[in-house]
Design a binder for this molecule. Sequence first.
Ligand code: GLN
Length: 494
Amino acid sequence: MSATATAAPVNDDRSFFGHPRGLATLFFTEMWERFSYYGMRAILVFFLSASVANGGLGMEKPLASSLVSVYGAAIYMSALAGGWLADRLLGSQRSVFYGGVLIMAGHICMALPFGSTSVFLGLLLIILGSSLLKPNISSVVGSLYEKTDARRDSGFSLFYMGINIGSFSGQLVTGYLGEKVNWHVGFGAAAVGMAIGLIQYKLGARHLGAAAATPSNPLTADERSKAYGRIGMSVGAILVVGVVMFLTGTLTAYGIKNAISIAAMVLPVIYFTVMLRSPKTTKVERDRVKAYIPLFIASALFWLIFEQAANVLNIYADERVEKTVFGWEFPASWFQSVNPMFLIVLAPIVAWIWLRLGTRQPSTPRKFAVAVATVGLSFGVLALVALFGDATTKVSPMWLLLVYGIQTVAELLLSPVGLSMTTKLAPAAFLSQMMGMWFLSTAAGYGIAAQVVPFYSAENELAYFGILALCAIALSVLIWIGAKRIKKLMHGVI
Ligand code: GLN
């Protein structure tokens, strides 16, 4: 990884692989946070659907599967609120700490064997905590560097490595403990992971200095009362929806699932309308927002397929894949670690390819088109396995390794590219909200997935994987055809 700075950075510290020491603090905090997040997520669908006799909540698989998707939608939707709170009230550094505390409390709730109440309270706490931690820890990474510091991109790549090292190890540990020992011991491991991350964050906080320590755009006294009014109104609106659902008898797991799913689809529409109509958005900025719309749709469809790892592909691994090696059956959730493992290996190679290609790189819309087709291809492989096999015999684990391998290549074409594109296409007045928009594309993908995943079953694999693969390929063709127009609307942003 190159670490040469062209302009003299203010933060001249190079003690962490050529990067400021503060990056190590953030790297390990996010590593442990992702250890807990992905670790818990890896066994969630199994825990929700396991029979009560086996320590689970005894839900039907389609509902359990949907709930994993709405949980993801809620996690990524709430990033909008967390980003706002940090920008305007708390500052990112403090938000990360409070977020971590809430996440740890959430995992502790889930570790307690008190049935569904403590589980749902736990999930809610993790959602609230992630909203404060996930978007803001990235802002602190960005704030370690001056705008002109050439180490910024490689700093983010290193940070993405931390995410995947955490995800890789968390899913192995929690997966083994949850599936082979006891679900709650698995959730306990996630709580311990987050606790280590928090201790480490506190001990290393002094290395962060002033990076995003205070709100970047603090509320003025005037705005404060208006903002509190709006927060009150939003909380009120959620309560009203809750009361109406309660009164109409729809405040059930199904009802909540549908409400969150709809919110994840409607929120982006509202946000795009506000940005396009705002008098603060200039003509060029408006074009850029328009260019963002097809890319947002591509991203949502991408995550819709990609983020089925923890439910549909987990169930597939459990029911349909041969898992015995040397007479021992390994936990199905271990397949969850395949994507981060490939990512750790492939990320430096892809970064090297982009560096070599320099200005000859494909444009962002083209990269997105290829990413969407590629993720579609991964489901195409599963459709072919279904076509040539039958639902009663187990398939080789190699197929699932291939599927995750293809998905990882697709992820590398879209995820890091999307992050940097988002910051570049953002209208000045909506900079931090636009970061939230990027996470909202994941939320929308998860929200739609919540409606789609219940259709999966071992009997209809060909149709399930085949239709999703065809949708992805069709969208990819549209984006590819429209790439030139989209690029024009981007006005020079590549
Ligand atoms: N795997 C990455 C992370 O955990 C990206 C996930 C996403 O944006 N959907 O941060």
